[in-house]
Design a binder for this molecule. Structure first.
Ligand code: DHB
Ligand code: FE
Length: 284
């Protein structure tokens, strides 16, 4: 059986990836952020997950408005970093885990989550920046990755409740995995995006760390109640792109009902976003 080593909620700010790629981590603007996340990187290095399931949103890099899957699962053997307009990010190619991914597909669809199966897709900053946040700049990513994309770009996105339920269905799939490497397989799950931010319109630049704190508190202690928060609350309180936070509920659903908070940080500013990083583990 697999072991769920923990859940990671993290913002996926592209400027953080650019700061890493361009050697700016020691600059005065960036240093406080990178200092704060050091314990999270140490936790990751100690836990050594074999597979990371990364729940993220594509920002019109792999999908366009021509095709908008609500939930999509990457089953490929590898995923190239997307070209988001400045060439592909110079980070390692992301290695998939087709055997576990196909098991997830079978289990989720059998469990009435009719997820879109993706054989080929490039992965954008929504997925590669969280890897950089947690691992820095390795020669190769030290884990295999299963991408799960959630539509939060085009209205209507899935509800928080549906996202929490998807996480629970992913957990059932992990618990029933009997693949060739199932024995002792260590799995981490990421929910990415958020926290509060708005990139456009009159309220561009909005951040609301008080909302972010309340969101994290509910996610830990009362995920079912928290999952009922309507989209309009996210948009009013956390800005138009704050809706990305629903993806953290998928992560939470993979974990047990009772969790321990291992690490939390919230840092403003990074680019336009209230940058959060939360690590949870099943309660001991
Ligand atoms: C920023 C944050 C995001 O989540 C994103 O997808 C793009 C940009 C930002 O803060 O700049
Ligand atoms: Fe985003």
């Amino acid at each position: 059986m697999t072991t769920v080593v923990g859940g990671i909620g993290t913002s996926h700010v592209p400027a953080v990836g650019a700061a890493i790629d361009n050697g700016k981590q020691e600059e005065p603007y960036w240093r406080p952020y990178f200092d704060k996340i050091r314990p999270a990187r140490e936790w990751m290095a100690a836990e050594q997950p074999d597979v990371c399931i990364i729940v993220y949103n594509d920002h019109a890099s792999a999908f366009s408005l021509r095709l908008i899957p609500t939930f999509a699962l990457g089953v490929a053997a590898e995923f190239q970093p997307a070209d988001e307009g400045y060439g592909r990010r110079q980070v390692p190619v992301v290695q998939g885990h087709p055997e576990l991914a196909w098991h997830l597909a079978e289990s989720l669809i059998g469990d009435e989550f009719d997820i879109t199966i993706v054989n080929e897709m490039d992965v954008d900053h929504g997925l590669t920046v969280p890897l950089s946040v947690m691992y820095g700049e390795p020669e190769a990513w030290p884990c295999q990755v299963i991408p799960i994309c959630v539509n939060v770009i085009q209205y209507p996105p899935p509800s928080g409740k549906r996202c929490l339920s998807l996480g629970r269905a992913i957990r059932r799939a992990l618990d029933s995995y009997e693949g060739s490497d199932a024995e002792g397989l260590r799995v981490a799950v990421f929910g990415t995006g958020g926290m509060s931010h708005q990139l456009q319109g009159e309220r561009a630049g909005l951040v609301n760390p008080a909302f972010d704190t309340a969101f994290m508190d509910d996610l830990i202690a009362e995920p079912d109640a928290g999952s009922l928060r309507p989209h309009t609350d996210y948009i009013r309180e956390a800005g138009s792109e704050g809706i990305e936070l629903v993806m953290w509920l998928v992560m939470r659903g993979v974990l047990d009902d009772q969790v321990d908070e291992v690490f939390r940080m919230n840092h403003v500013p990074t680019s336009n976003t209230s940058n959060g990083l939360l690590i949870l583990q099943n309660a001991r």
